[in-house]
Write a protein that binds this ligand. Sequence first.
Ligand SMILES: [Zn+2]
Length: 190
Amino acid sequence: MTFDPRESIRESVSKRICDHEECADEGTHRAPIRGQAGQYHWFCLKHVREYNKAWNYFEGMSDEEVAAYRHNTNTWHRPTWSVTGKSRKTTTKKAIFDGIDDQFGLFRDDPLGMESLSVRRPKRRVPGPVAKSLRRLGLSTEATPQEVKIRYKELAKRFHPDLNGGNKEAEERLKRINEAYSYLVSAGHA
Ligand SMILES: [Zn+2]
């Protein structure tokens, strides 16, 4: 079986990826973005369910209030990116929850995809192992989690055993790609 890289690129472009920050699954379900008429998120089944649950949190708020809330959240998000990965969620959570009681834990994993909507993060230094894993996926240290996710999905498809007729080298590459991606996820970079 021969492999045509153009085919893989076309395929990865035509398919949507779940908007959830830590998910590389296909985004098969559309969900309207509250407060942004005509705009949609795309999620996998699991995350569209989470999103719908989170939706109830905003019930009773006007679209303007939700938009203002989102705006503030995005503003708070920007400086909270941490190179250690570990503390990022904590700071983000604390910033979001200033004055807000998250009694349902709705924002624990950013089900609304707010993180991915925030503006591109400033230049940053990343720890060696993170940089190495990013390089293994053919990415620079500037890659956003969204970019890591997209790249991983593309590579995972390209080196999938089904597409490579059991080719050992492809298998080995896929293994290294999976390792690198798992590491980036655990370090909060994907
Ligand atoms: Zn998902």
